[in-house]
Design a protein around this ligand. Sequence first.
Ligand SMILES: *Cc1c(COP(=O)(O)O)cnc(C)c1O
Length: 410
Amino acid sequence: MALINEHFLKLQKNYLFADIAKKVNAYKAMHPKANVISLGIGDVTQPLCPAVIDAMHKAVDDMAHKETFHGYGPEQGYIWLREAIVKNDFLPRGVHLDPDEIFVNDGAKSDTGNIGELVRWDNSMAVTDPIYPVYIDSNVMIGRAGVFADGKWSNVTYMPCTDKNKFVPQIPDHRVDMIYLCYPNNPTGMVLPKEELRKWVNYAIHNDSIIFYDAAYEAYIQDPDIPHSIYEIRGARKVAIEFHSYSKTAGFTGVRCGYTVVPKELTATTVDGQRLPLNQYWLRRQSTKFNGTSYISQRGAEAIYTPEGKKQVAETIQYYMKNASIMREALTDLGFEVYGGTDAPYLWVKTPGDTPSWQFFEQLLYGAQVVCTPGVGFGPSGEGFVRLTSFGDRDDCIEAMARIKEWLKK
Ligand SMILES: *Cc1c(COP(=O)(O)O)cnc(C)c1O
């Protein structure tokens, strides 16, 4: 008899997007002619840029000929891609990494979920609240999160991010071993200035903790003073692992490619106090459980770093950021308190008069035929907020704002 890993039984059912779909479908069944606009989607909508398409077509042709065919690649990723990453994503920011510190992955979700295997199950952990659910659920699966009671996990330290602290998480007043940070943030769309990030790095150095830094939305940062990588902070390579993804940067959600940085200076200790570098253990883990990202995806990713690729990717990001600014301006004019949307594709909107997230979701759906994501779905501190994304079409964004304006007049 095989016994199930009981930790899976503790997982909360992830009803958020299913519940949204159910409510939207119910509305559509009652109003078959209504044209519902979704500002709730967390997926990109614009196609891959021409530079990427050309590179991927060429890669497919490579696969068609014996001389240029590629079978299994290196588990850590092709060296040409890792060198392009080091040279383009880090060197211009004064960060010197070795290609051996880069691990190409099939998107950041797998690695943000798997990385917890590197450290013992009984380490303590902290997350910002609201949060991308992967950080908690992956820890629940290996028993690290404890038990769920009153909306929270017993072994998880929650750092609330609300309008009351301007969405800047407070450093815990006690030691934690593992800290998950995501900036620019999903869902709040907020960023962390250098001074704030420095506090976290210093905390981690002082407490011998590890920071898991999710930089999936780094390419959306517009403010030149906001750090794109935690390694821009001195000392961070001793304490931080960083995750990148081409999903939101270049529309790779369906292609699948990203990378994880595990610096050679980063260590963890054995119970008897021996210090060991995690880079070699992550390589060991990947070589065992992962056989690399497809050659075609990696050639597509490499093309993002060509001059044309850079220009085209930036244009798409500007398209989404223009959507964000249109929505931000319209909603602010209508009297909403709006956060984010200046360095991230997400807007975090306070519901009027502290209306609960789900209630406001329904009001917006029935009043304006616009779909948002209830903030409480991302954690207890998301209550009283909704998330809007700028990944839709321009015309839909403009139409949605006009409808909200009409609805409020009624
Ligand atoms: C979308 C997203 C990712 C990227 O996921 P992929 O697996 O690379 O597609 C990572 N972190 C956050 C917070 C995200 O929202």
